[in-house]
Ligand binder design. Structure first.
Ligand SMILES: Nc1ncnc2c1ncn2[C@@H]1O[C@H](COP(=O)(O)OP(=O)(O)OP(=O)(O)O)[C@@H](O)[C@H]1O
Ligand SMILES: Nc1ccn([C@H]2C[C@H](O)[C@@H](COP(=O)(O)O)O2)c(=O)n1
Ligand SMILES: [Mg+2]
Length: 264
């Protein structure tokens, strides 16, 4: 069930700088682990943030409604390009399974299709980033809200390099979720309707934010898993210098319908 949380359970802290394209090269050159770029800086006892650094990881945010196929495509990206996959939902479900102090609250919120307070989610992501050896991350299902986004910027002190948005009609998302069969507490029609409402109200502004920043790639999420990956996802990563050496599939792909969007 937790297969998408790629790193171990070790607790810690993290952060990075704003634009982060060159971390992989910088990191290789310096021989440092990612955690060493995320040195802890005490602001107050409740919230640890890191000072801005010159070097930062390559961060991809993966957005889309419930059942749009984010996790499925993330698995393919991991296979092909070796990014570390952090699913915010999986991290939260792990808290429930481990019965941590926030576990019961998280369970009630997820059951009701609601969003967990940003501090909780960002700190879980922070621990994973801090303890990881990777320099390239897929952060799946995050940010869900503008509050999530701002909390990430404040605590992690990083911006994404790329934002993928899997654009899927509601009817299709409902069908996929109701057929998922992974035993998720929120995979029922009542919770799904609430999740869709929250997605439209709270995630759309985040999507618009990254569109305006010129970082958004909108991907048509209708089609087979392989076609979506080959035709849309693969060319996006192929276009980044950082992934040239990790390409294993269809190196001839070129960017087509998934050109980066901007509001201008
Ligand atoms: N292109 C596709 N066509 C048909 N079914 C798909 C496709 N992509 C994923 N699925 C299936 O739809 C279901 C939902 O996919 P997935 O778990 O990847 O969505 P998600 O966006 O991560 O959803 P959530 O936000 O609820 O975690 C899964 O059962 C998956 O196998
Ligand atoms: N940033 C996030 C991500 C997830 N959650 C909660 C609410 C979601 O309905 C649930 C499941 O997430 P998914 O696996 O569908 O990505 O987890 C949240 O509150 N904040
Ligand atoms: Mg998912």
């Amino acid at each position: 069930m937790w297969r998408r949380v790629a790193s171990s359970l070790s607790p810690m802290i993290s952060s990075s700088s704003s634009s982060s394209r060159s971390l992989a090269l910088n990191q290789a050159a310096s021989g440092l682990k990612l955690g060493e770029f995320f040195s802890t800086h005490m602001i107050n006892p409740e919230e640890r943030v890191s000072p801005p650094k010159e070097k930062a990881p390559f961060i991809t945010f993966v957005l889309g409604g419930p059942g749009s196929g984010k996790g499925t495509q993330c698995e393919k990206i991991v296979e092909t390009f070796g990014l570390q996959h952090l699913s915010a939902g999986d991290l939260l479900r792990r808290e429930i399974a481990m019965n941590t102090k926030n576990g019961a609250t998280i369970l009630n919120l997820i059951k009701d299709g609601k969003i967990v307070p940003s501090e909780v989610t960002v700190k879980l992501i922070q621990k994973e980033l801090e303890s990881s050896d990777s320099s390239k991350f897929l952060i799946d299902g995050f940010p869900r809200t503008e509050e999530n986004r701002v909390a990430f910027e404040r605590i992690i002190r990083a911006d994404p390099d790329v934002v993928l948005f899997f654009d899927c009609p509601e009817e299709e998302m409902v069908t996929r979720v109701l057929n998922r069969n992974q035993g998720r507490i929120d995979d029922n029609i009542t919770t799904m309707k609430k999740r869709l409402k929250i997605f439209n109200a709270l995630n759309r502004p985040v999507i618009d934010y990254y569109k305006n920043k010129g970082k958004l790639y909108t991907i048509n999420a209708i089609g087979t898993v392989d076609d979506i990956f080959q035709q849309h996802v693969l060319p996006i990563f192929n276009s980044f210098e950082q992934f040239k050496e990790s390409r294993h599939v269809n190196p001839k792909s070129t960017i087509s319908s998934s050109l980066v969007e901007s509001s201008s």
